[in-house]
Structure formats: C-alpha cells, structure tokens
Design a protein around this ligand. Structure first.
Ligand code: ATP
Length: 233
C-alpha cells in the first residue's frame, strides 16, 4: 500500500531523516517508536505532504507522491492526525468533526458523522460543546474522528497517547485496536512502546533520523535493545 525508499528530509540545510525505508501493508498496523526528536513527526509530515523538502521516494498504491500537494494526498486517502491534536478549540465538537470531511459530498459527511458518533459516543453527548472544553482524551478522540471523516486508506497517528491520564491512554489504545480490527491501515507514531508494540503487525525503531531496527511488534517487545531503551526494563 505504502512504500518508502531511502527518504531523506531537511529543515533548511539540516538533514533530519536519513535513508528511511519502510513498508506498510494494506490493513496492517505499523508502529514507529523512538525518543524525542528522533524524526518521527517529520516522517509523518513528509508522508502527508506538510514537509516538502525531501529526497527518496514515497509510493502509495503504485503512485509516487513526489510533488503532490497535501490536500491532494488527503483526496488520495492519506489522513494525518497530528501531534498535539490541533483541534479548533473555539468550534463545537460537531463543527470540528465536519471539517475533516471538507472534501466529501454532503451526503457522505452526514453518514460519516453518524458513524463517528457510533464509534465515539462521548462525542455525540458533547456534540454542541466547545471542543476546547473537552478533556485531553476526548480531544484525542475528536482528532481521530476528524481524520477518519476523509475516509482514509491509511491513517497517520502522531503520539495519540501523549499527555493523557492512564485510563484515557487505555481508552485511546482500545480505539486504535478497534480501528485495526475494522481494517483501517495505520501508521502509529508512539513514545509509549509498551502499548504500541503489542498492537503492531510490524514496528520500526527510529534514532536520530534513521531506522535502526524493524520487526514484528511482538518480537520487538522481547528485543534486548528495545526493552532497555524504550520499555524501561
Ligand atoms: P517528538 O516526539 O519530540 O516530536 P520526533 O521524533 O517526532 O520527536 P521531530 O519532531 O520529527 O522528532 O524532529 C526531528 C528533528 O528535527 C529534531 O532534531 C528537531 O529539533 C528538528 N526539527 C523539527 N521541526 C523542525 C523545524 N520546523 N525546523 C528545524 N528543525 C526542526
């Protein structure tokens, strides 16, 4: 479905991704773990088209994404749920969800809005409230719902558990597990390797802009290097 070959990325003259090669199979959940500043967010931005300055190739369903603007990539089926959620705090919950469907026909938006309320009942209860008044976990659900409104073929999730209370972390990961069961293809960036790896069909470890390890999520859980660096064991 998606295939990255030797992707480099630059901020000005500074290179922050080096020769990143990875594969995302349809219907799979791929986790990308790594410490702060490793380049995980930059990689997601490069895939969604928000980070234009890059080398190498990103293939998506047989097409090379080079030169294709971000909005066009959304149309092609790439949804990016950004780090820090980036919801519109002054808009209502429902208005926020609707913004995710801006490229869809009206009937599809209405249908999908109901689907989102079925998937996230708490958002239905709070549909008229200002999004800025939601808890961190509810805002994360809102950000995921908004991303799903574009009917993505692949969902890029950046640190969905960041800053959440432990119970909410559990809830967000159970939603991710459910999306995976429903067949949504997911690239999940997480510092919480302990929760992310068991869910992952395949996982990569990134350090200073390079992929240093790849394997089945369950296998990396038992890898010595991963256990020391990311699982605190
Ligand atoms: P985090 O989880 O803390 O966001 P990350 O793995 O997602 O970390 P990135 O945010 O992708 O890492 O950052 C990778 C490197 O690029 C870091 O050294 C960071 O300081 C640098 N960087 C990120 N954004 C910019 C920017 N807009 N301009 C210059 N350098 C940047």
């Amino acid at each position: 479905m998606m295939s990255l070959r030797e992707v480099d990325a630059f901020y000005g003259g500074i290179q922050c991704l080096h020769q990143v090669t990875m594969e995302i199979m349809p219907g799979s959940l791929v986790a990308l773990v790594g410490s702060n500043g490793a380049g995980k967010t930059t990689l997601l931005k490069t895939i969604s088209g928000l980070q234009a300055n890059h080398g190498g190739t990103i293939g998506f369903n047989g097409r090379d994404l080079q030169g294709i603007p971000a909005y066009q990539r959304v149309k092609m089926g790439i949804a990016h749920c950004p780090e820090g959620r980036q919801i519109f705090t002054e808009f209502s919950v429902e208005e926020n969800i609707r913004t995710g469907g801006y490229l869809q026909p009206k009937a599809t938006v209405e249908e999908d809005l109901e689907r989102m309320y079925a998937l996230f009942p708490i958002l239905k209860n709070k549909q008229a409230e200002l999004a800025g008044l939601l808890s961190g976990g509810q805002q994360q659900m809102l950000a995921i719902a908004r991303a799903l409104m574009s009917r993505p073929r692949v969902l890029l999730l950046d640190e969905p558990s960041m800053g959440l209370a432990p119970l909410m972390v559990q809830e967000v990961f159970s939603i991710i597990a459910r999306l995976r069961q429903e067949g949504v293809t997911i690239l999940l960036v997480e510092q919480n390797a302990y929760e992310a790896l068991p869910l992952a069909d395949w996982a990569y470890v990134m350090e200073t802009g390079r992929i240093v390890l790849g394997g089945k999520g369950s296998e990396l859980m038992h890898n010595e290097q991963v256990r020391e660096a990311y699982l605190g064991m």
